[in-house]
Design a protein around this ligand. Structure first.
Ligand code: NCD
Ligand code: ZN
Length: 354
């Protein structure tokens, strides 16, 4: 039996308020616990988006009633909410800035809209950027001009990981996360995921080339965190017109990473660092006393969407053979998950900023 700390996922799309047919605070926290995640940080691109006091309250009230693991809620950076977002910083997981195209309404196309956020958001609070390719270079420049640390979400390209590496070597305060789907899948896997439904292969950032994937593995030391970017959409939506981008990931992340440990591509220490120590430090998260995850390292099985807790009902990793199963999760002294069953009750989860 392998014992891990409670895992922290800094990038989860909960879908409540507004799209609870995809997921809600109950199902997403069940999926989290089944995946060994005891703290998740929720993205603000809900309906409505979380961008002021009223919408933050909407999300936190739902979380307070339903969450089974601990959580934080990001505020979204909008075109005119810099002062409001800064005032709400103590109650939020951090500020999320959408600087590139994605799902939802929050997007800051013009750099003049970035400036007030960099000027106003508290220096010690986390600022998370969706910034791909050359936009990443701009985000890093902003970080140096305004002397504000930035955390780069879902790094997927060779040019991105190499730029972050160079920025870190210069002492620039930049941290980053990489998603399992960008470590384990490339453009070459799209036909197998799609099954004639191209929408199933859609995710932002897009799956990248084998060379990009290789560059992430050869620069593991540059990667501060793993994060799922759990982005559930139903199969009906994925297979319909205008399929929304996004993959679920909470229940498959740890099994995939443990399989990589078994293959000698990763160490258990990497998992402890990138799914606990580093996110805890970067996002300034409180200690979870008496919290751990038990894993049967030798369990070999196939990933099946029918056995998952997420409401979305599918996974891009369907049929993948993995080694390593979460058998038990203890959260703040209480058994929250055991033998495939979620035991923590709705409402047991705590807001990490309370
Ligand atoms: C996310 C979603 O569905 O909310 N989709 C995705 O492909 N990652 C949006 C996002 O994370 O940018
Ligand atoms: Zn996301």
């Amino acid at each position: 039996m392998l014992k891990l700390p409670g895992l922290i996922d800094p990038h989860v799309h909960v879908r409540e308020p507004g799209a609870t047919h995809k997921e809600d605070w109950d199902t997403v926290t069940q999926a989290a616990l089944a995946g060994g995640v005891t703290t998740l940080l929720a993205m603000p691109n809900t309906k409505p988006p979380i961008f002021d006091e009223a919408t933050l309250t909407l999300a936190l009230d739902a979380a307070n009633a339903k969450a089974r693991c601990d959580y934080g809620q990001y505020i979204g950076a909008g075109p005119d909410n810099a002062d409001i977002a800064a005032a709400l910083a103590p109650k939020a997981a951090g500020l999320k800035m959408y600087l590139d195209s994605t799902f939802g309404e929050l997007r800051l196309d013009d750099m003049t809209l970035w400036m007030p956020h960099f000027q106003t958001f508290p220096k010690l609070a986390p600022m998370v950027m969706h910034a791909e390719s050359r936009t990443l270079a701009a985000a890093i420049l902003f970080s140096t001009i305004y002397d504000h640390p930035v955390h780069i979400a879902h790094v997927s390209l060779k040019e991105e990981i190499l730029l972050i590496k160079a920025a870190k070597e210069k002492g620039i305060k930049v941290t980053c996360e990489v998603c399992p789907h960008h470590l384990f899948l490339s453009t070459e896997d799209i036909p197998a995921i799609s099954h004639e439904h191209p929408g199933r292969g859609e995710v932002r950032p897009r799956l990248a080339t084998k060379e990009d994937v290789h560059s992430l593995w050869t620069n593991l030391d540059v990667i501060d965190c793993f994060a799922t970017d759990h982005a559930p959409h139903t199969l009906l939506e994925k297979d319909g017109e205008n399929p929304p981008p996004g993959f679920p990931g909470l229940e498959t992340m740890l099994p995939l990473l443990l399989t990589a440990v078994d293959d000698g591509r990763l160490t258990v220490e990497d998992i402890r660092q990138k799914l606990h120590n580093n996110p805890k430090r970067i996002f300034n998260l409180p200690e979870q006393p008496e919290t751990w995850v038990e894993v049967d390292e030798n369990a070999i099985y196939e990933i099946k969407a029918t056995e998952s807790f997420t409401r979305c009902g599918w996974t891009p990793f369907e049929g993948w053979k993995v080694k390593g199963r979460v058998t038990k999760v203890v959260l703040r002294g209480k058994t929250a998950f055991e033998d495939g069953k979620v035991l923590a009750e709705a409402g047991y989860g705590k807001n990490i900023r309370r």
